[in-house]
Design a protein around this ligand. Structure first.
Ligand SMILES: Cc1cc2nc3c(=O)[nH]c(=O)nc-3n(C[C@H](O)[C@H](O)[C@H](O)COP(=O)(O)O)c2cc1C
Length: 337
């Protein structure tokens, strides 16, 4: 009898998510809407709606629409700095969403409790071991550790280092999903063997056949290699901006100009630091929409991780998941032999 080692290694993560595999498609603003989310869940992965800057009314409609397309579980990703965070949590409660991811900073007071009130599971990003411990103590049910290879907003540490620092210490305590730079099943096998409960991928799914991203956006991904996915640079030490990894284009230059503009507003006392940072975040949301929805791949933001070089064609989500699983299974078999 052959034991499916991959299924065994994924069992804990899959049980936590309620999915067949422990592969999460990370929330991607504008991209992770009803179609991609339901396709991922229907294919045995775990889809996440990216709430981003959505209003509670829009999130309400999006959850209902995704539910109509799949009877499998999916979750919702909320950004902690959203001014209506608690109203968005109430929308998730209304729909009985089973998993809520809190992204973009430490969860504000009362948010974890509010989500757990209807029995949902809370997942948070842990950028360092000390914070991972703190989140675990605060009652978070699972963690995502995301390295700087990832697309979108990134921390300063590489996935491999976070995995070594956090998995040996905390993987026995709560499920941990590894994200950032994963494009092939070989890496999935490695992180599972290190103790991860599962993985989260974004870039690899952004150009799936079911993704509504504009054909120009997808073409830019197919052409790009790892070195084209670069992190944004902070130009003013007084204005800390979270770096964003995206394909280099004219939009990357425009971000430098935007930072100068916002730093000037800070200098003139026209905005405080909180408002300045919110302006930067609104800038990214707008720039990403321009690329994903309008197809303006010159001036919009082509957020992508370093794994973009492994994205070479448009494929159905089911084929992507099947390929990742087959690669991971083959890697495990090779190692066992
Ligand atoms: C186009 C794009 C948009 C993203 N938007 C978000 C977001 O709105 N919220 C979030 O938590 N993560 C966001 N991410 C990060 C992904 O959810 C995921 O964690 C990341 O892509 C994993 O790394 P990978 O790109 O190397 O696969 C985004 C990533 C990409 C590529």
């Amino acid at each position: 009898m052959t034991v499916d080692r991959l299924a065994a290694l994924m069992a804990r993560g899959a049980e936590f998510l309620g999915s067949e595999t422990a592969i999460i498609c990370g929330a991607m603003s504008w991209v992770s809407e009803r179609h991609l989310v339901s396709a991922v869940s229907n294919a045995g992965g775990f889809g996440l709606i990216a709430c981003g800057a959505m209003t509670p009314e829009l999130l309400d409609a999006e959850i209902a629409a995704a539910r109509a397309l799949t009877d499998r579980p999916f979750g919702v990703n909320l950004i902690t700095m959203h001014p209506q965070l608690f109203d968005l949590i109430a929308v998730c409660a209304k729909h009985g969403v089973g998993h809520v991811v809190l992204a973009g900073g430490l969860p504000p007071k009362g948010s974890i409790e509010a989500i757990k009130e209807w029995g949902a599971k809370v997942i948070c990003f842990a950028p360092a071991l000390a914070l991972a411990r703190k989140l675990h103590r605060s009652g978070v049910d699972a963690l995502v550790i995301e390295g700087m290879e990832a697309g979108g907003h990134i921390g300063p540490v590489a996935t491999g280092v976070l995995a070594q620092e956090i998995l040996p210490v905390l993987a026995g305590e709560l499920p941990i999903f590894v994200a950032g730079g994963i494009g092939h099943g070989e890496a999935i096998a490695a992180y599972l063997e290190m103790g991860a409960a599962g993985v989260q991928l974004g870039t690899r799914f952004a150009c799936a056949a079911e993704s509504i991203a504009h054909p120009n956006f997808k073409k830019a991904f197919f052409r790009a290699s790892a070195r084209d996915a670069v992190a944004s640079v902070q130009i003013d030490p007084r204005l800390p901006v979270i770096p964003v990894r995206a394909l280099r284009n004219a939009g990357s230059e425009a971000f430098t100009a935007k930072q100068r503009e916002v730093a000037q507003l800070l200098d003139d006392g026209k905005v405080d630091m909180g408002a300045a940072q919110l302006q930067i975040e609104h800038y990214w949301a707008g720039a990403l929409r321009r690329a994903v929805i309008d197809g303006d791949v010159e001036n919009g933001s082509l957020m992508a991780g370093q794994s973009v070089g492994m994205v070479t064609k448009e494929e159905p989500v089911a084929d992507i998941i099947a390929a990742l699983m087959a690669e991971a299974r083959a890697a495990l078999a090779r190692r066992a032999a």
